[in-house]
Every structure is written in C-alpha cells, then in structure tokens.
Design a protein around this ligand. Sequence first.
Ligand SMILES: Nc1ncnc2c1ncn2[C@@H]1O[C@H](COP(=O)(O)OP(=O)(O)OP(=O)(O)O)[C@@H](O)[C@H]1O
Length: 251
Amino acid sequence: MSAAANTVLLEARGLDIRFGGVVAADGIDLDVYGGENLAIIGPNGAGKTTFLNICTGYLRPKAGSVRFENKEITAHPPREITRLGIARAFQIPQLFTEQTVLENMLLAAASRERRWNPFRPLDRIAERDEMIALLELVDCADHRNKHAGELPEGHRKLIDIAIALALKPKLLLMDEPTSGVASADKFGVMEILVAALAKAKVASVFVEHDMDMVQRYANRVAVWSTGKIQRVGPPGEVLNDADVIRTVIGG
Ligand SMILES: Nc1ncnc2c1ncn2[C@@H]1O[C@H](COP(=O)(O)OP(=O)(O)OP(=O)(O)O)[C@@H](O)[C@H]1O
C-alpha cells in the first residue's frame, strides 16, 4: 500500500436503501483507506453493486452519508463525484468499439476537459502523450491503433481502466474487473491492473465473485449479506471464517 495508507479516503455511514420489499442497504458503515484494494464479496442480490451506485451518486440512500476526503458527497451528481476523484469501471467495458484504442483514450481526455466540440482537434500532443503513457501503464500501448472491438476482453478491460485513470481519480470502484475474461488470462489481467493502480496511487474497491482473485489481490475484504456488512478484514482471515464459507463461498 502507498504512503496514503491509513488515511480514510471514503467514509460511508448508516446507508439505508430499499426497493419495495427488498433491503439493498441496511446500515452500511465502511471506511476505504488510501492505497488499499478492498474486495466486496457476497451472494447475488446482497447489495454490493448498490453500494457502488450510492458512492458514485447513481442512487440516493434513504438514510446515511458518504464522505470523500472529508467532503459530504451523498447523492451529489455522478459527474461532480467523478470530478472530486471517484471513478467507476463497469462489468462491461464502456468503449466505442468502432474507434481505435487511442481515439477512445482521447475522447476520455476530451470529456475530462469538458470539451465535446467535434470541430476542435481531438489530437492534442500533450494529451496524446499522456494517454499513450496511460496505455503503457496497463500494457496496451502496442494496441493503440487497433479498433477497440477487435481486442480480446482482457485488453478491453484494461483499456477501460486506463480510461478511468484518465480522469485522475484517487479511488476506482469496479464491478467484477475480470468477469468475461478467459480464465487463463484472469490473473495476468488483474496483475497488470493492480500494478497500474499502485503506480498511479489509486485505491480501489472491487466487487468480486472469484475467491482466488480476492485472496491474491485484495488487502481487505468486506462481506455483504442482505444489505449488511457481515465481516471486514484481511483475506487470510475472512475467507477462512466458517460463517463466510457457509454463506458466501458455499462450503
Ligand atoms: N434500481 C433498482 N430498482 C429496484 N431494485 C433494485 C435496484 N437496484 C438493485 N435492486 C435490487 O436490490 C438488491 C441488491 O442488488 P445489487 O445489484 O446491489 O446486488 P449485488 O450484491 O450486486 O448482486 P449481484 O452479485 O447479483 O450483482 C437486488 O434484489 C436487486 O434486484
């Protein structure tokens, strides 16, 4: 973990949200520390994605608060939360498949600068170099002139992460970062991803169903169960807990 470890980056307190009779968050308290990789595990429908959606402003909790670097961000617009330093990567990479990898990156840079005018040149030298450096960080610079649609899923995931990093976040929230990646490639992709986050000094929270991935890449694990956090701790302890094995891992 980086020097920022032990600094609380994100602080969630008392989050509650219900959808009809479904309890998706029921008093969620969680701190995320600078430099850490925190995995969220739990059965389907436990409320893991709901938590990410609240933290990024896509859902407004009925009660509770989220603070980021000591600023209240609860239910702030997603764009503003992104600007403050929380980025999001989804299960399905959000790429323009007909554009090249570099064009996708340059569009991300333009969006970051809130520059959408198509008549202004996209290809600015400083930004281009910065975007290529980000592609290098995720080991994808050699693919920059290929169409995003022709690359295997593992590369698309990494490029999606590079796009998220273009927003210069301090925290990246990810929904199953390696889902859809061939099992032979999963560890390689995650290895590059985690190294890129460490180098960019970005903390992460990732929802994960693959316990080998959690064991190897998370510094801490939070276990979700029907809208509550059942347990938080280092993977070595949490993944060997009898209750966690029974309710989540299925032993
Ligand atoms: N916008 C919404 N409207 C209605 N119900 C919702 C909404 N978002 C989530 N839910 C419900 O809340 C519960 C928690 O959903 P959530 O997606 O957070 O679970 P999860 O733990 O991420 O599950 P999975 O592992 O399957 O992705 C589910 O029953 C889901 O159907």
